[in-house]
Ligand binder design. Structure first.
Ligand code: NAD
Ligand code: UDP
Length: 317
């Protein structure tokens, strides 16, 4: 009888956040050993509390802007506040996390030989002049605006990933994630789906920024996590960047109507000013993800919203 392969040792930076906690759970389910690293800026230990009893799971409080040591085979870098509300609170810290944090993890990957995946973002495309967005599009980002700490921080992290790949032959992967939602977003996260669902469940007016005609494409968390795993385990010579998102586009106004319908809420709509540099349209072209990863999202917005509403009905009413 051959020896059983030893379990994969995986570091998830930002593992106590929304996406990170789902990723940790999925990796454990697949037999991996998971080291979750988080400074709890926007995540919390409660997100991974059920995992603490599970064999192979370790939680380490650490800020990735400081160097770290760990014996691992794979590294996922999800550490960074993702909601505009939170990343704009301390923009210098956001840049430091995106750039210095990414470098510390890339250095760790260089020392250990681990594969490393960066959770990049559709914000790379800024307010896009091309629609839908393909990976070859270089984007339209305002480098000095209030969203730049996040957008440019993430763009610089992509640069670092490709430079470490070329210069140090690291096995790097870059995922450009489009708006993703689901259970375990914070009720006060500030992003549109958590805001609308919580407001609808509480009978408060739904806050629409601008006239609600701007669009986004919303991906359910389970689909996204599946895409991240496929990317991490893809061929060594496939580095991306690759769009991961749901190509079904909705306006913010359509989303508000759908949330009101699904919750049966009597909430009204409240129009507020559009934040500066808020992108007008966003929809991923996922041709590359389909071809290279065999990936496409399978959860319809209505189904994903129902699961998200069930979650917030338990934790936020
Ligand atoms: P989140 O805010 O819930 O999670 C981020 C996690 O990173 C939190 O647990 C936070 O405490 C941790 N963190 C922040 N700074 C850190 C630091 N310096 N050191 C250690 N931990 C740190 O956000 P999310 O939606 O789960 O996003 C996860 C990642 O995916 C982010 O990098 C984000 O940019 C990227 N992303 C998410 C989306 C989305 O729609 N959810 C879209 C594009 C990109
Ligand atoms: N938005 C809104 N009301 C809210 C929160 C957000 O109308 O309570 C809008 C926001 O202006 C943007 C879209 O919804 O046009 C998505 O915003 P979110 O913060 O979720 O993500 P991002 O702007 O980063 O795509």
């Amino acid at each position: 009888m051959g020896a059983r392969p030893s379990p994969l040792r995986v570091l998830v930076a930002g593992g106590a956040g929304f996406l990170g906690s789902h990723l940790c759970e999925r990796l454990l389910r697949e037999g991996g050993r998971v080291l979750c690293v988080d400074n709890f800026q926007t995540g919390c230990a409660a997100n991974v509390a059920p995992l603490l009893q599970r064999e192979g799971f370790t939680l380490r409080e650490h800020d990735i802007t400081a160097p770290l040591e760990a014996d691992v085979d794979q590294i996922y870098n999800l550490a960074c506040p993702a909601s505009p509300l939170h990343y704009r609170e301390d923009p210098v810290r956001t840049v430091r996390t995106s750039v210095v944090g990414a470098m510390n993890l890339l250095e760790l990957a260089t020392r250990t030989g681990a594969r490393i995946l960066q959770a990049s973002t559709s914000e790379i495309y800024g307010d896009p002049a091309e629609h839908p967005q393909q990976e070859a599009y270089h984007g339209n980002v305002n480098p000095i605006g209030p969203r730049a700490c996040y957008d440019e921080g993430k763009r610089c992290a992509e640069t670092l990933f490709f430079d470490y790949h070329r210069q140090h032959e690291l096995r790097t992967k870059v995922a450009r994630i489009f708006n993703t939602y689901g259970p375990r977003m914070r009720p006060d996260d500030g992003r549109v789906i958590s805001n609308f669902v919580v407001q609808a469940l509480r009978g408060q007016p739904l806050t629409l920024y601008g006239d609600g005609s701007q669009s986004r494409s919303f991906c359910y968390v389970d689909d996204l996590i599946d895409g991240l795993l496929r990317l991490m385990n893809s061929a060594d010579d496939f580095c991306g960047p690759v769009n991961l998102g749901n190509p079904v586009e909705s306006t913010v106004r359509e989303l508000a109507d759908e949330v009101i319908r699904l919750t049966g809420s009597r909430s009204t709509l409240r129009y507020l000013p559009l934040p500066e540099d808020d992108p007008v349209r966003r929809r991923p072209d996922i041709t590359l993800a389909r071809a290279e990863l065999g990936w496409r999202p399978t959860t319809a917005l209505e189904d994903g919203l129902r699961r998200t509403i069930d979650y917030f009905a338990r934790v936020a009413t």
